[in-house]
Write a protein that binds this ligand. Structure first.
Ligand SMILES: [Fe+2]
Length: 461
């Protein structure tokens, strides 16, 4: 899509422009092109609710657009929500929205035009261009917490930890506790620091964020990641001890926090508790439009590798994954669809999915296609080999790429599953030298880890 051109000036500042015009703003002072104060307030509340992972932002945006059908940024934000469904079926609808919004360009600020450009790139599956556009936007409007969050979310799916960190650091000069939403910035920065290995700083920023806003699930999540990386399992299980009632008004991201909590129970040697969390919490939020394959598959596979029988639970995930084999929206999702299909024994379907990935990588340009070719396809080959019991082939495929999995996206904790599959294959395939090397790496990173110490000893090394 062609970037927007033209339009009036003035989207590059927030408070000063607000003071000199009668236009409305969001809570952070960013100018909104709408004549409706009610619509502006609803939009601003939608951003706040979005930051807290509440279920209400879509309804607020709908209401804002009823107050002002020409409210371009509200329509753009609604398009972003559609993209976050991560489903190829919605792309035509989002592209239509972008085309419509571009016709309003002359009446919009530069900041708003950049938001529309970013959504256009996102709908074209050019994630890097979308991220680049949000980054440009943040240079002129560092208080745009929506752009920061969207960038944070999508950069996360490209596995570029340093980008997560630097983009927030570039905007920090404009933020302190006097700006509404500062705690959300603290929470995002905490997560970015954690993914860059700066655990002490990450924990401080994350705990400060939660102290300011206990409703910020992302900040809670960031601290959870620190506790996981430092193997502080009991603290982690306590930190994430929230019930379904506690989070009844939160969107499905809450399942990811329960996933983390289940991993803490696994780390504490209680797989039964982890499986109960899968059955009672993770699985229970499924709906016709939402099945969280990534969290569930990632937990079920870890449980299986600890010797638990979870077999029938793969069926729901495989049923859903079978409908998504041609998606290629996110490499991270595709990897987990493949895992669910392979684990459920859907051999033909997973073969079709891999063929679809190959065709997608061949016929398309950009980050997603390149990451599919370089990382996703060999990773899925390794997963399929593992699920078919060909452990030596699994090792041959996954061993060389074990330190180069970042392009598949997600966090270190999430991608660690694939390393665990390699380790399990090395043991089951009697690849003793490889297993010894892998466990030595683990023990060097986490000296004294009892689980890996036992595995190392069991090799008879
Ligand atoms: Fe996480």
């Amino acid at each position: 899509m062609t970037p927007l051109t033209g339009g009036r000036d003035g989207g590059n500042s927030y408070f000063p422009q607000y003071e000199s015009t009668n236009m409305h703003t969001d809570a952070q002072g960013n100018v909104l092109t709408t004549e409706s104060a009610e619509a502006a307030a609803l939009f601003s509340q939608a951003i706040t609710d979005f930051m807290d992972y509440r279920t209400t932002p879509s309804a607020r945006l709908k209401e804002a657009l009823e107050k002002d059908p020409d409210f371009a940024l509200a329509a753009c934000f609604r398009g972003c929500f559609l993209m976050m469904l991560e489903n190829r079926k919605i792309l035509p609808r989002v592209r239509e929205t972008v085309d419509t919004l571009r016709k309003q360009a002359n009446s919009l600020t530069r900041r708003e035009r950049l938001h529309i450009d970013a959504l256009g790139a996102w709908a074209d599956l050019d994630i890097l261009e979308a991220c680049r556009t949000w980054e440009e936007l943040l240079t002129i409007a560092p208080h745009d917490i929506l752009a920061m969050k969207l960038h944070h979310t999508m950069a996360f799916y490209t596995g570029r930890s340093q980008v997560l960190r630097s983009v927030i650091e570039g905007a920090l000069h404009a933020w302190d506790e006097t700006v509404p939403g500062y705690s959300a910035v603290q929470g995002m920065y905490a997560y970015a620091l954690e993914e860059c290995g700066a655990y002490d700083e990450a924990e401080k920023w994350g705990r400060d964020a939660v102290a300011s806003n206990p409703n910020d699930l992302w900040a809670i999540h960031a601290v959870g990641h620190v506790l996981d990386m430092q193997r502080r399992y009991e603290e982690g299980a306590d930190w994430l001890n929230f019930s379904a009632e506690d989070w009844s008004d939160r969107n499905p991201f809450k399942a990811h926090l329960w996933w983390h909590c289940a991993l803490f129970h696994l780390g504490m040697g209680d797989p039964d508790r982890a499986l109960n969390m899968h059955d009672d919490l993770l699985r229970s939020i499924n709906s016709d439009s939402y099945v969280d394959v990534s969290n569930q598959a990632s937990l079920l596979k870890r449980l299986e590798m600890q010797g638990m029988d979870v077999s029938t639970r793969w069926e729901l995930l495989a049923d859903h994954s079978a409908t998504r084999i041609d998606d290629h929206i996110l490499t991270f999702r595709d990897a987990h669809f493949c895992l669910a299909l392979a684990a459920a024994g859907r051999t033909e379907t997973v073969r079709d999915q891999l063929a679809s990935m190959v065709a997608f990588a061949k016929d398309n340009d950009g980050w997603t296609a390149e990451a599919t070719a370089s990382t996703l396809i060999p990773l899925c080959d390794g997963i399929v080999a593992y699920e078919s019991g060909d452990y030596k082939a699994t090792c041959d495929i996954l061993w060389p790429m074990r330190n180069d999995l970042a392009p598949v996206g997600g966090s270190h904790t999430q991608r660690d599953l694939f390393r665990q599959i390699l380790e399990d294959a090395a043991v089951k395939g009697s690849c003793t030298e490889l297993a010894r090397t892998l466990f030595s790496e683990r023990l060097a990173q986490v000296p004294g880890d009892a689980t890996y110490q036992a595995k190392y000893v069991a090799l008879g090394a």
